[in-house]
Every structure is written in C-alpha cells, then in structure tokens.
Design a binder for this molecule. Structure first.
Ligand SMILES: *Cc1c(COP(=O)(O)O)cnc(C)c1O
Length: 454
C-alpha cells in the first residue's frame, strides 16, 4: 500500500495541497477501529491522551514500529516523537532487546517466584543510580510512586506530602491533585471518585516557587513525610527546574526531617544514565522509575538507601506486593535496554544534539510566538509567548494553535504528542535524515503561519 509518501522512499515532503489531502484521508481503518473501540472501551482507548481529544483528530491505530518509525493500520509510516511516552529511548524493536525478550519467553512467562534477572536489574539500578541502594520492582510508574510515598510515610511516621502543581505522579488516589485555586493547606481531587479524605494529606506547592514550599513547611513543621517532585517537570509540557530549585528542595527537606522523592519515571536513564539526580547533582532519599527501566515492558521501581527501604515488607511494616512484579519477560527487556545504554557513553550527547537541532530550528522559524524548552532528549514547544517556568505559564498556551500544528505535522508523517502538555521525546534511533526532515516541516509550518498573519 502507498504509505502516503510522507516520509518514505526519499520523496520530497508533501507541499502541495492535493498530496496533503490524500494523506489526511488515509485513516479510514483507524476511524473504523476507533468506532469499534468505543463500543467496549471507555472513550475507545486504554489511556485518555491516546484519544486525540485535545487535537480534534482520529487516533491512529498502530500496527507495528521499528527504529524511529511507527506504522498505522492504514499503512501510514510516521516518524515517532512520542516513543510510547518515554520508554523508547533506543527506538522501537531494538534487535538486542527483542532477542532477549524472545529468549525469555521460551522459558515461560511468569512464575511468581524470584529470578536471577531481578537480582541483576536491582544491582544495575544501584550501580547507575547510587542513591537507589535497595529497590523494589513493581509494574508501573503509578505503583512505584504510590509505594514510595507509603514507604516515606512509614519511615517518617508522618502523613502529609507536598507535590507540585502540574507534576504528574500516576493516577493513584492521593496524587490526583493539583489543587488549582485551593488554599495551600487544602487539596481538592482532580478526578471524580476520589474522596476528599484521600487527598487531604496532599499539599500542593508551585513548581520553581520556593516560597510556596516554605509556607507549607512553616505551617506544618512536623507533619510532612516527603516532598515529591519531577526533577524536570515533563507532564505539563517540559518545564525545567530553575537553577538552585532542586538544591533548595534538598535543603528544606533535610531541615524539616522530611524525605525528598524524585519521580524519575521519565528522567531516569533519559537525562543521563544516573537520571536527573546525576544531571543536576542533587541526591534524593527515594527515587521512582518507570518507562525506560522496563525497556518497553511494564516495570516500575522505587528505591533508596537501605535504612529507608528496610521499612518495606517482608523486612519491615510497609506492605507492598505484586503478582507480576519483577516479571521475567519485562526484566529481560529492561536489563538489556539499560545495558545497551551503559555500553555507549556517547548516547546522551547524541540525543541532546538531535533535540537541540529541533529546538533551534523552531526558535529560529517561530521567533517570539512560541517558547521552546529543551533539556537532553526532552523538549516542548509551548504556543505561549515569554518563558514557561510554571504550571500557570504552561497553562497559558494556545491549545488551538497546538492542535493546528499537530495536524500539520501528522499530515506530513510526523507523529508528536496529541497534546500541548506532553513532552517530545528523542530516541537514539532517530536518524539525521528524519530529524532534518522534521526540522524542515516545522520551519515550513511556522513560516506559513507568519506569512498568514503578516
Ligand atoms: C508516566 C509517569 C508516571 C506514571 O507511570 P505509569 O507507568 O503510567 O503508571 C508517574 N510519574 C511520572 C513522572 C510519569 O511521567
């Protein structure tokens, strides 16, 4: 089937409207599947952002993926900058990872008993992220964060935690809070079905705003078990920590006897082998991992120094368990992914260079009309003027403009997040040609828009 020619066969990108029209119409099978999906799956998807609700398009149902490309059920081949929301740092279907998974499958899918690979993975995590001296494997980032917080509460014998507006830590009850207009010491759940009682111990501060953190600690000097933060916020779009902010969190938590939890579900093994804590040189008490640590399979992990992790059952009184935790297929994928990253010291520089190439192309073409935030292989193009350093500044973005930009890229075979408030992810599989093509299409988009406005 003609895949639309958007990125295949060395053809020039589709500039004329006839071609664009043809590509746009090539989602008949996705449309059919989406309709069928909505019969038996809420909103037709198993995770809300996939529904393309924020961009007014039909989600592409994916059939296969290899390297930096994904192919949908209508045969459209697209350059993928979602990378499954982060796990795909090596690109899709890396041959070494696939081989390890296949070998593991031959030996059975799950035993519910310990295996050697779990020991190897825990040791490798401790080697790459030294603050995770002892860690426990779970099956998702949500579970990792939920369990880390339970551990912090058990260890400190305190109930309250501080999180930041706009930081996402999975969908467990107590964390579905960004509080909006509520006062500092009260928290309103974001989701129906979460009793206010479940989130009343979650206090909300503002990212990059020290005084908001200080105010909570002053009000509750003996009540805070932990501060949890995404060291680079990547779930309101990418928002970087201001210089000194993470250091400040380290100091104030020590001062008040609270633990510092870095949620490195995205940044772990992405900003550096040792995650954001290595990149910024700030060491938390507990760390949560997900995404890359499973190499494309469901793994989450939480860990910290021995003295804290001693709290976890069966060593200690903090209960936490999982039927599929440390699953042998998932650990095969995760271990091999981390080993590949560890072998190649230049991978992070390569990733950063590609992301910077896109960031600077957009900055040049779009000028003041957008704000590009970039660190390592993460970037965001905010359709907002000025700098984006906080939830409020991110939320001021023009989501209609983002939807227009998203559609333009999709029609030209470039698959970015279907939401303004998600990161763009680079992988080691993104080829120079595909990155150049992406830059060119983005530049064309912003030039056309400027022309249209002028
Ligand atoms: C994705 C994410 C989670 C949740 O992980 P799941 O595997 O989706 O449950 C938690 N924290 C952060 C920072 C994330 O990006």
């Amino acid at each position: 089937m003609d895949p639309g020619g958007a990125v295949n066969g060395g053809e020039e990108p589709c500039r004329n409207s006839e071609r664009t029209e043809r590509i746009r119409n090539m989602d008949a099978r996705s449309k059919q599947l989406f309709e069928a999906a909505r019969e038996h799956i809420p909103g037709g998807v198993n995770s809300p952002v996939r529904a393309f609700g924020a961009v007014g398009r039909t989600p592409r149902f994916i059939e296969s993926a290899k390297g930096d490309r994904i192919v949908d059920v209508d045969g459209n081949e697209m350059i993928d900058y979602v990378c499954s929301w982060g796990p795909g740092i090596l690109g899709h279907a890396h041959p070494r990872v696939i081989k390890k998974v296949q070998e593991a499958c031959e030996a059975g899918l799950t035993y519910g008993a310990p295996t050697q690979r779990e020991v190897e993975l825990a040791a490798l995590i401790a080697e790459l992220i030294p603050s995770m001296e002892v860690s426990r494997l779970v099956s998702s980032g949500t579970e990792a964060v939920m369990s880390a917080i339970r551990t912090a509460r058990g260890y400190t014998k305190r109930d309250r935690i501080i999180k930041f507006k706009g930081c996402y830590h999975g969908h467990s009850d107590g964390l579905l809070v960004k509080a909006g207009s509520a006062a500092l010491t009260t928290s309103v759940p974001d989701s129906a079905g979460v009793p206010a009682d479940y989130s009343k111990n979650t206090l909300v501060a503002s990212y990059n705003d020290r005084s908001s953190v200080e105010a909570i600690f002053r009000a509750e000097p003996d009540g805070i078990a932990a501060v949890i933060v995404e060291p680079v916020a990547a779930n309101m779009g990418v928002v970087l920590p201001e210089p000194g902010f993470l250091e400040f969190l380290r100091e104030i938590t020590l001062q008040y006897g609270a633990l510092l939890i870095f949620d490195e579900v995205i940044t772990g093994f992405r900003l550096a082998l040792g995650g954001a804590q290595e990149y910024y040189g700030v060491v938390p008490d507990l760390t949560t991992l997900g995404k890359i640590v499973g190499g494309g399979m469901p793994i989450g992990a939480y860990g910290g120094r021995r003295e804290i992790m001693k709290m976890v059952s069966p060593d200690g009184p903090v209960y936490q368990a999982g039927t599929l935790s440390g699953n042998p297929i998932a650990t095969a994928a995760g271990l091999e992914t981390l080993r590949i990253l560890k072998e190649d010291a230049s991978v992070y520089a390569r990733l950063d260079k590609k992301a910077e190439q896109i960031a600077s192309a957009v900055r040049k073409a779009a000028g003041e009309s957008v704000c590009v935030n970039h660190v390592g292989s993460l970037l965001s193009i905010f359709f907002a003027p000025g700098r984006v350093r906080s939830y409020e500044e991110a939320a001021s973005s023009d989501t209609a403009r983002y939807a227009d930009y998203f559609g333009y890229l999709l029609d030209r075979g470039i698959y970015v997040a279907p939401s303004q408030f998600e990161a763009m992810f680079l992988s080691d599989a993104h080829t120079p040609e595909d990155v150049e093509y992406t830059c060119r299409v983005m530049q064309e988009y912003f030039s056309e828009k400027k022309g249209a406005r002028g």
